[in-house]
Design a protein around this ligand. Structure first.
Ligand code: AHM
Ligand code: MG
Length: 332
């Protein structure tokens, strides 16, 4: 039976997904199933992360991924676990992963969805027990059912996301996601093996006092960003930078703040990836009342041209993002 009241804190993720599906009488349940598959993979990855220190599986794997970065064993494990869950679930025809150069066909040619993901972001933090995360975007395929997904399916504009989310493996593990009707956060209770609604209808504060960026790169930031950081200092803002995107983003989303990864000399297009990092967080932040820009263009307006393309990211409380854009525009 349809329930018009907001679902209470403590509702299980499964029940929440089921109730939300009832709001759309013609929904087939495939997206709901896909979200459940992601939650299952998140539980498995959470278990692997918690056991990692004990099993001696942390540390570099001795291989580099296609961006030339050292892969960690857990990156590979998370990649395998998510792909396996999406393949077994049957709703996804094609996957894009930070860990793999090409598109990955699951063999589910009848699957209606494409998933883009960073299976384990911030993995350089694994060995030092700092929070890490999974980021995912879900798109509806454009190509006909019955074939593998195409590159056109995989390079859709961020506005076309039907859902996006992240999992933060921190002091507690949380799944935060949106299907375009607000943002909800669920906390994992490991002894029960369930995610429970803990943060209903998340709204980010309009402004905040936290700024997060790698100030070690300050000298090569654009002048507008340097001016903004001066403004933050003049106003006694708090500098908070974990160096783990999901953790920095999550804190700022709840408390109010801004995360910046601008272009630098070393990374002229920034470091983060549009298709499976920036777009997902941009959809979430907008759904929570925040903003995301590359400095001049809204992230969700950008047309991707490459699966692994990088993109500057300025994301967070709307007034703070506006302020950065003002400083950047003044330097033009
Ligand atoms: P990764 O996808 O290889 O883990 O890199 C992304 C990470 C983000 O989590 C984090 O915000 C950023 O890189 C930190 O970069 P830097 O060390 O240059 O500040
Ligand atoms: Mg990443």
């Amino acid at each position: 039976m349809k329930d018009d009241l907001a679902l209470p804190v403590g509702t299980t993720l499964d029940r929440f997904i089921m109730r939300k599906q009832e709001d759309f009488p013609y929904a087939t349940g495939e997206l709901s199933q896909l979200l459940r598959d992601i939650a299952l993979a998140a539980k498995i990855v959470n278990r692997e992360i918690n056991r990692a220190g004990l099993l001696g599986v942390t540390g570099a794997y001795g291989q580099q991924n296609i961006q030339g970065e050292e892969q960690q064993k857990l990156d590979i494990i998370a990649n395998i676990r998510f792909i396996r869950a999406l393949r077994n679930g049957g709703e996804v025809c094609t996957v894009i992963s930070e860990e793999e150069e090409g598109i990955i066909h699951t063999g589910n040619t009848k699957g209606k969805y494409i998933v883009a993901m960073d299976p384990l972001d911030g993995s350089s933090n694994i060995d030092v027990n700092v929070a890490i995360g999974t980021i995912f975007s879900i798109y509806r395929r454009l190509s006909d059912i019955g074939e593998d997904g195409t590159s056109e399916d995989c390079l859709q504009n961020g506005k076309k996301q039907v859902a996006a989310g992240y999992v933060i493996y921190g002091s507690s593990t949380m799944l935060v996601y949106t299907t375009g009707c607000g943002v909800n956060g669920f906390t994992y209770e490991p002894s029960l093996g369930e995610f429970f609604l803990s943060h209903p209808d998340i709204k980010t504060p309009k402004t905040g006092k936290i700024y997060s960026c790698n100030e070690g790169n300050l000298n090569s930031f654009p002048d507008g960003v340097k001016s903004y950081l001066n403004y933050c200092k003049e106003n006694n803002y708090n500098a908070r930078y974990i160096g783990s995107l999901v953790a920095d983003f999550h804190r700022n989303l709840l408390k109010g703040g801004i995360y910046l990864y601008p272009p630098t000399v070393k990374a002229p297009n920034g470091k983060l990836r549009l298709v499976y990092e920036c777009n997902a967080l941009a959809m979430i932040v907008e759904q929570a009342g925040g903003k995301a820009t590359d400095g001049s263009e809204r992230i969700l307006d950008k047309d991707p041209t490459d699966l692994h393309q990088r993109c500057p990211l300025i994301i967070g409380s709307p007034d703070m993002v506006d302020k950065v854009e003002e400083f950047l525009a003044a330097e033009l």
